[in-house]
Ligand binder design. Structure first.
Ligand SMILES: *Cc1c(COP(=O)(O)O)cnc(C)c1O
Length: 245
């Protein structure tokens, strides 16, 4: 067994255990592989082992790897999970089937324009900054309902879910509320009864906190390190664009 295969089986076991503990069906929790910094050939190995949901943080990496992976003729979907600058929308729309990181109306409006131009539609999630850390992107929880209402008016985007990055803390009692906030927002959006808005997916939980996220209702967990190993750059590089010094 290679290491990716081994790591995937460990993750699947962790998912199964967390589902069992919280009375959930394993079929209701999808595994998204966060593939930042991972070369295309290792990603291909994971796809061959049955992982077909991928997430990329940087447009540049998406643009490089997606065409390489497309050549393999394997079946997979790329979600964009990183901070999206509006001048890079074009490539994301080309290669991603879903953008999980829509966090502001100005970005959504630019996306709408691009999608109109290409006569396309795309699935989106609204990213919420549930930990309120300044270093993280995402819409403030109290602004989320308004953003959802506004994005719902843009007909080229289908709001399919909510996404968050939980607080980085070894203290479970600090992490769990982040996921509870996302779940509560989902319920509040549901009661708004907006046409065509049904954010069924809750994308939350990563290598370190996926069990808590599953207990709180995650339908997509995003895992990188636990499958591909440690990364060279700290995550701050991916989350607030600052190059490590
Ligand atoms: C890197 C990343 C992940 C995965 O993090 P790990 O701790 O490596 O599992 C999940 N979500 C986002 C947005 C990421 O950038």
């Amino acid at each position: 067994m290679n290491s990716i295969e081994h790591n995937l089986s460990v993750i699947k076991q962790r998912i199964a255990t967390a589902c069992e503990r919280s009375g959930r069906d394993v079929g209701d929790v999808k595994l998204l592989l966060a593939t930042k910094t991972v070369p295309a050939e290792r990603i291909q190995t994971a796809i061959e082992l049955g992982s077909n949901l991928l997430g990329e943080n940087k447009v540049q990496e998406l643009k490089e790897k997606a065409p390489m992976l497309n050549e393999s003729e394997l079946d997979f979907n790329y979600h964009f999970i990183g901070h999206l600058q509006s001048n890079k929308i074009k490539d994301v729309v080309k290669y991603a089937s879903c953008i999980q990181s829509v966090d502001r109306l100005s970005l959504a409006k630019k996306l709408q324009k691009r999608l109109e131009l290409e006569d396309k539609t795309i699935d989106v999630f609204i990213q919420v900054n549930t930990s309120r850390e300044e270093s993280k992107f995402g819409c403030a929880p109290e602004d989320t309902l308004e953003l959802v209402k506004q994005v719902a008016l843009l007909d080229r985007m289908n709001i399919k879910g909510l996404m968050t990055i939980g607080l980085f803390s070894a203290n479970e009692d600090e992490v769990r509320p982040c996921f509870q906030i996302l779940k509560k927002l989902q319920q509040e959006i549901h009661t708004l009864n907006l046409d065509n808005v049904d954010p069924k997916e809750l994308s939350m939980g990563m290598s370190g906190d996926l069990e808590i996220a599953i207990e709180e209702g995650a339908t997509i967990i995003r895992v990188g390190t636990a499958v591909f190993g440690e990364r060279q750059y700290p995550d701050s590089y991916y989350w607030n664009e600052k190059k490590p010094t």
